[in-house]
Write a protein that binds this ligand. Structure first.
Ligand SMILES: O=C(O)C[C@H]1C=CC(=O)O1
Length: 96
């Protein structure tokens, strides 16, 4: 199943910078591993914001929840999920 996900990151200003840097490094490794696995299909920075638009390809809602709740930055994020399905007018064969 495909899901469009918006993540807005709100790291508290009083979090020490070395702690923030450590979480961000773990987040990057986690995100890149999920991209290599094919579960995190797209990630785009939203211009001018500490936020991204992503597309996940996972088995079901439960797997999406597991993946998202495992994000090292999860507790500092607002996350909005939109389930997707193939549009009847789509022509790209690999978009489902
Ligand atoms: O930077 C972000 O948008 C937040 C998060 C998502 C992937 C990643 O590496 O960091």
């Amino acid at each position: 199943m495909l899901f469009h996900v918006r993540m807005d990151v709100r790291i508290p200003h009083d979090l020490p910078s070395d702690a923030a840097a450590e979480i961000i490094a773990r987040e990057k490794a986690y995100a890149q591993e999920l991209q290599r696995s094919g579960k995190w299909r797209h990630i785009w920075r939203i211009a001018g914001q500490y936020a991204n638009y992503s597309v996940f390809d996972v088995k079901d809602n439960a797997e999406l929840h597991e993946v998202l709740s495992g994000l090292p930055l999860f507790k500092f994020m607002d996350i909005e999920v939109t389930p997707l399905l193939r549009h009847p007018s789509a022509i790209r064969e690999d978009d489902s």
